[in-house]
Ligand binder design. Structure first.
Ligand code: SF4
Length: 333
């Protein structure tokens, strides 16, 4: 062991030894090699490395369990992979979490990049893909992307079901039905609430799109986004879902997030969201609900995807452990 690493071990023994059980301490480190030594030392001595800072590691005196283990396997970061195929949309909903609209810069992930990403995802333990936007079906090659994706994964595509005419309708007809779910947005059982946020006439067209997809034999899930003005929309929606014959796993009701175009709603942060890794043409984000929020970008590059997934898991652990320690140790007096 070099003199520097010996000195690090002394610092670790001294600082952690002087720290009460259940408290944290900072130990200076110089570079990745010392971080790795510190990581092995805390593991061997029954302590926990909470956070790697630029020039120090934060160590918890004692052992805390891995927060990832508390998540169901299908909720752990890296199980699902979200892909924003594009960001432009035929609608301009007033709460769109990524500010999509007909005027939005498309920021389309190229077909080559999309194919390479699917290939890499297949090698990294990803189990399920979600393709969203913008309106994914605005891309005329979406059918090709869906074929690439469903060859490797169960896939959910999130359309607003309003652009299936002409050539796009022909391509919809020809899509594979197996391993593909269409998750279509519908915010209310009648037009008023849905159209208030998504534009006049959009409710009738979305409902027609749901009917078309079901008639064509696609597996359909219907997703509603509700804000403070929703009233009893959720109750009415459940009745509509019943009439459509949707099972429980074909219904999603979620709240508006204060992201993108939304000026009200739930506040999102890395500390409050279990990550669902999301790739866009501009980089990788913590969660699809925040895929236009620079503060939620985790990497400018999605490859190597395995490394990105490991980094997000580490960051999630650090947020949870740091939060748990703060919650159990923050004194006001
Ligand atoms: S919420 Fe969906 S349908 Fe509305 S603008 Fe955004 S991407 Fe388009």
């Amino acid at each position: 062991m070099s003199l520097n690493l010996t000195s690090l071990t002394f610092r670790l023994v001294e600082r952690v030894g002087a720290t009460a059980a259940g408290s944290t301490t900072l130990v200076d480190v110089d570079g990745p090699a010392e971080v790795e030594v510190a990581r092995r030392w805390v593991e061997a001595t029954g302590n926990t490395l909470l956070v790697v800072h630029p020039a120090a590691v934060e160590i918890y005196r004692g052992r805390v369990s891995d927060p990832l283990e508390a998540l169901a396997p299908d909720r752990r970061p890296g199980h699902r992979l979200w892909i924003y195929t594009n960001f432009h949309c035929n609608l301009a909903c007033d709460y769109c979490c990524v500010s999509s609209s007909p005027r939005a810069e498309p920021r389309t992930l190229s077909l080559d990049d999309f194919t390479a990403l699917v290939d890499e995802a297949a090698d990294t333990g990803v189990a399920e893909l979600f393709l969203t936007g913008g309106e994914p079906f605005l891309l005329l090659d979406l059918d090709e992307r869906i074929r690439v994706a469903t060859a490797a994964f169960p896939v959910t595509v999130l359309p607003n079901a309003m652009v299936w005419t002409g050539e796009r309708r022909r391509r919809l007809d020809a899509l594979p039905r197996g391993r593909l779910t269409l998750q279509i947005s519908l915010d209310s059982a009648t037009a008023e609430l849905h159209d208030r946020h998504r534009g006049e006439g959009s409710f009738a067209r979305a409902l027609a799109g749901i009917g078309l997809a079901m008639d064509l034999g696609f597996r359909v899930r219907v997703a509603a986004t509700l804000g403070a003005d929703a009233g009893n929309a959720e109750v009415e929606l459940e009745a509509l879902f019943d009439r459509l014959g949707l099972d429980d796993d074909q219904r999603v009701v979620r709240r508006i997030a204060r992201q993108g175009a939304a000026n009200a709603g739930l506040t999102m942060s890395r500390a409050s969201l279990v990550p669902e890794i999301c790739v866009t043409a501009e980089g990788v984000f913590w969660h699809p609900v925040a895929a236009a929020d620079p503060a939620m970008m985790v990497s400018e590059h999605w490859s190597p995807l395995g490394q990105v997934i490991d980094d997000v898991r580490d960051q999630y652990r650090q947020h949870r452990l740091a939060g748990d320690v703060l919650a159990s140790s923050f004194p006001c007096a």
